[in-house]
Design a protein. Structure first.
Length: 430
């Protein structure tokens, strides 16, 4: 166990020295395993990890869903989602902010990336809120928080990676994220209502849209609805696997973008390069985490820690609650995906040893990642908005996000204490 503790300490020291966490995990895992097993077996293990990760059929779902999200963004479906949501609730106080949450939920159902969702909505929703006189702290807070729905409402890149690392059924993970995702959207909208009740000038009401225009806006989102039903409906119904669904979704999004004449050869190249860059980043982190996981699993730490925790007499739910608190605190200082992959080798055996469903734990993992994405000072969504919205200071962005952090923490507590919310839909799958 001491070897693993030294390894974790070394990773954090390297991270403090501004070495990217992926390289820190890979280096420590490789060196640690080499010192314990010998260099020849470690070299063979590293080569096998790189080969297996790069050529794993199940992992092809990652670049395909990323490609699907990029095509969807280019096709302009995000703008149509926002217009449809605004048409129905824009006349309410804070209506534009509510519409942003709903549009983020819809876009998340065809994207799978929190950062992409937040960045897209910053371009679509922020100018409209600015035009109507919304306070910057509310505008940026709701966009950053709404963007996190992109990784809870399936398809979700985080759930895919969690499923692959822990060998959990990805289709069931997707099903498990639906109801918690909708609940999160409801909690974020409740936070908007609270803010505009306390400060009505922060989110003034817009103009009421006539019913004919509402129905027209609703008809315009048929492309989104078709993609969601085709991809997620096919996965839930057992018609095809998550990987096949990702391929069908990517092709469908490509055809939509092509039909709308939003794809030139130059734009197509940009989409492919951006998708390749994001995929390379995720695979680098994943390979490094696998190397580090090999080192941790070779030590006795997972088993020793599980035996120690079980011997403390704590209730199983208290143990998982303590893990969630650790994750929330880590999320304020670490990049979220690396944080999850760094800790899964230790926490996952404990959770399964306590008898909990790994699908439920996967939903909890996504929730703590959502919280980390908008938690100052290193929340990625906050810095995405800061880079895109040049006239809004980081201080304003930080100010506006805290109530939404509280809303997601409340969602985490609900999912932690009410497991059927996550497990009901997976239990209905074939």
């Amino acid at each position: 166990m001491s070897e693993a503790l030294i390894g974790f300490a070394a990773v954090f020291v390297l991270a403090l020295l501004r070495i990217p966490l992926a390289f820190a995990m890979g280096l420590v895992g490789f060196v640690g395993l080499g010192l314990m097993r010998g260099w020849a077996p470690t070299m063979a293990n590293a080569a096998q990890v790189v080969y297996d990760t790069g050529f794993a059929y199940t992992l092809s779902v990652v670049p395909l869903f990323i490609l699907m999200g990029n095509f969807v963004a280019r096709a302009g479906l995000a703008q149509e989602l926002f217009r449809a949501a605004y048409a129905f609730i824009g006349h309410l106080r804070g209506g534009l902010a509510h519409a942003t949450v709903l549009a983020c939920a819809g876009f998340g159902a065809i994207c799978g990336s929190s950062i992409a969702t937040a960045a897209t909505m910053a371009k679509v929703a922020y100018p409209q809120m600015k035009k109507l006189g919304y306070a910057d702290y509310l505008s940026t807070g709701v966009i950053a928080a709404g963007g996190t729905l992109g990784i809870m409402i399936p398809p979700s890149t985080i759930l895919v990676i969690y499923g692959i690392v822990t060998e959990t059924n990805i289709g069931k993970l997707f099903a498990a994220g639906v109801l918690p995702g909708l609940m999160c959207a409801g909690f974020l909208m409740a936070a908007v209502a609270w803010i505009t009740w306390r400060d009505p000038s922060a989110g003034p009401a817009g103009e009421r849209t006539a019913w004919p225009d509402r129905l027209k806006a609703l008809r315009d989102i048929w492309g989104v609805a078709l993609l969601v039903v085709l991809v997620l409906g096919g996965i839930y119904g057992g018609v095809f696997t998550a990987t096949e669904g990702a391929g069908i979704g990517a092709m469908g999004a490509f055809l939509f973008a092509l039909a709308r004449r939003t794809l030139s050869w130059r734009v197509l190249l940009q989409v492919l390069v951006e998708s390749a860059r994001t995929t390379a980043m995720l695979f680098t982190i994943l390979i490094a985490a696998m190397l580090f996981s090999s080192f941790v699993n070779f030590t006795t730490m997972p088993g020793d820690l599980k035996d120690w925790i079980l011997g403390q007499g704590l209730s199983p739910l208290m143990v998982v609650g303590a893990m969630m608190l650790i994750y929330v605190l880590l999320g304020t200082i670490m990049e979220e995906l690396s944080m999850v992959l760094l800790t899964i080798p230790v926490f996952f055996p404990i959770v399964t040893g306590l008898g909990f469903d790994p699908v439920w734990f996967g939903v909890l993992i996504v929730l703590v990642v959502q919280i980390g994405l908008i938690s100052p000072p290193v929340g990625m969504n906050l810095f995405v908005l800061n880079s895109l919205l040049k006239d809004v200071g980081l201080r304003q962005i930080f100010r506006g996000v805290w109530l939404f952090v509280a809303a997601l923490v409340l969602a985490l507590v609900v999912v932690l204490h009410f497991q059927p919310l996550s497990l009901w839909l997976p239990g209905m799958m074939r």
